[in-house]
Design a protein around this ligand. Structure first.
Ligand code: FAD
Ligand code: NAD
Length: 475
């Protein structure tokens, strides 16, 4: 007899595993199937985020940042650190240990929540049946009242620069280098290109980033992007805009890269090349012919605002559906899907999803850019405050960047917040919460912020919106 569950989730990344746990909190019987295999051949829950994305990249960003600061900043504090060196193997071991702890933690959470964690491949059949193929190949068909598809995404491969797993690599490969490449090329100045480019640049690589677009960080507020460009260039990242890669070939121990920019054909030779030109939804082998789920022309599973696929009781969440490819977006969709299945009212506020780029300084934003507000025709006002005028930032020796707030002229509602500076990824949460509650600029102005804190820069930016900044000259 086949096993049956209230909910079967396919994919245990941050979208799927959170959906599974929330569904179990509603008292439902849940199975969560995942086929992720790490390079050591071991299976692990957590998907891209925990195994090859958010977590390992942040571990390396932290290690490389400390190394860089020890060499470049400690002296200013009076600390002598002349013999600073980096043990790459140890750095990678620390990263692997963090990943192991967190992915093992999901197995523990599944156990505690009585979620049946199944290792292997899941395939949606017709009639909400799910075919489960474990690594030993003994196929089982599970019955499900509800199915949640959470199969995530995978790096886009360029035909003209195919991954070879050694010299031309994807982001996972770039997280696993066992030595600092003397020269590193990166295709794409997106989030991955900037974060991983920063890691290896800080550790000593000569990094060249080739970006096809003429605009730097086209999705960000222009003022923020300009400021980010200035600081990242200042750190030695050679960011070449309007540079379209036409070919990349491995030649001995080098990669020869051809690209075109406004001055014509260019060539570059590097030791390693990271291709980070975006990710595509992953649905290979997911659907039987009669599954009935639709995908769009880019391969995303088609869903409505509530993540319903159109096939009765089948939801899809996370990177395999429309919207930003962010872990927290996927997790909130997982919570929504499970709550809806339990008959509760639930929604995701897609207008208030924060974006963070973990460079130094960090870059974070929520809501609309000034350009988007302007284009919408809404009358608006802005205020900003530089970290150079923040006492806490000065004490931290991290004064690069600023906070900028865009608010509606008529009712004072906050429409967008753009931060570049120390701990921007943490600071943005205050304003995500404020926007979730449709706060006005005045609400922030009248909120007591601890002194001295980085958050005071948000307070001052809010005051500056109405020309009332107290610690910086007004416009
Ligand atoms: P995934 O995490 O991709 O998980 C999907 C899971 O489903 C995988 O384990 C996969 O093996 C499994 N699967 C797929 N098909 C099947 C099947 N048929 N049967 C069984 N299992 C299947 N986002 C952030 O918000 N913050 C960050 O700092 C951040 N940093 C990143 C850094 C890097 C280098 C990368 C690559 C990504 C980063 N992201 C970050 C993006 C983030 O990793 C993704 O948005 C997130 O992992 C998506 O979650 P998901 O659950 O939808 O998919
Ligand atoms: P991205 O979409 O952020 O950036 C890709 C960049 O590559 C773009 O700027 C694009 O113009 C450029 N590009 C595309 N084709 C090109 C070509 N042929 N030559 C040169 N440049 C080209 O994608 P990504 O950096 O690969 O990241 C993938 C996803 O992972 C993103 O959606 C992001 O949300 C997620 N991610 C998030 C974080 C974070 O939240 N901190 C970190 C890493 C990744």
């Amino acid at each position: 007899m086949s096993r049956s569950f209230d909910v079967v989730v396919i994919g245990a990344g941050p979208a799927g595993y959170i959906a599974a746990i929330r569904a179990s909190q509603h008292g439902m019987t849940v199975a969560c199937i995942d086929e992720w295999q790490n390079r050591d051949g071991k299976n692990a829950f957590g998907g891209t985020c925990l195994n090859a994305g958010c977590i390992p990249s942040k571990a390396l960003l932290e290690s490389s940042e400390l190394y860089h600061r020890a060499g470049h900043e400690f002296g200013k504090h009076g600390i002598s650190a002349n013999e600073v060196s980096m043990d790459i193997a140890k750095m990678q071991k620390r990263k692997a240990s963090i990943v192991r702890q967190l992915t093992g933690g999901i197995a523990g959470l599944f156990k505690a929540a009585k979620v049946e964690g199944l290792t292997g491949h899941g395939k949606l059949l017709g009639g909400r049946k799910v075919e489960f193929t474990p690594s030993d190949g003994k196929v089982e068909v599970l019955d499900a009242r509800y199915v949640i598809l959470a199969t995530g995404s995978t790096p886009i491969e360029l035909k003209i620069a195919k991954f070879d797993g050694d010299r031309i690599v994807d982001s996972w490969g770039a997280l696993d280098f066992d030595a600092v490449p003397e020269t590193l090329g990166v295709v794409g100045a997106g989030v991955i290109g900037l974060e991983l480019g920063s890691v290896w640049n800080r550790l000593g690589s000569k990094v060249v980033i080739l970006e096809a677009m003429d605009d730097f960080l086209f999705m960000a507020d222009r003022q923020l992007a300009k400021e980010a460009h200035k600081h990242l260039k200042g750190q030695g990242l050679d960011i070449r805009l309007g540079a379209a890669v036409t070919a990349a070939k491995v030649s001995g121990k080098k990669v020869k890269v051809d690209y075109k920019d406004k001055d014509g054909e260019q060539a570059l030779e590097v030791d390693k090349l990271v291709v980070a030109v975006g990710r595509r939804p992953f649905t290979e082998g997911l659907f039987a012919d009669d599954a009935g789920v639709q995908t769009d022309e880019r391969g995303f599973i088609v869903v409505d605002e509530e993540c319903r696929t159109g096939v009765k009781n089948v939801f899809a969440i996370g990177d395999c559906v429309r919207g930003p490819m962010l872990a927290h977006k996927g997790s909130e969709e997982g919570v929504m899907a499970a709550d809806l299945i339990a008959g509760e009212v639930a929604e995701v506020n897609y207008g208030v999803i924060p974006s963070v780029i973990y460079t130094s300084p960090e870059i974070a934003w929520v809501g609309k850019t000034e350009e988007e507000v302007k284009a919408s025709g809404t009358a608006y006002k802005t205020g900003s405050f530089p970290f150079a005028a923040s006492g806490r930032a000065k004490a931290m020796e991290q004064t690069d960047g600023m906070v900028k707030i865009v608010s509606a002229q008529d009712d004072d509602e906050i429409l967008g917040v753009h931060i570049i500076g120390p701990m921007a990824g943490e600071l943005i949460s205050e304003m995500v919460l404020a926007m979730e509650f449709q706060a006005s600029t005045e609400d922030i102005q009248r909120t007591v912020h601890a002194h001295p804190s980085l958050a005071e820069a948000i307070h001052e930016a809010a005051l500056a919106v109405d020309n009332r900044a107290l610690n910086y000259p007004n416009k």
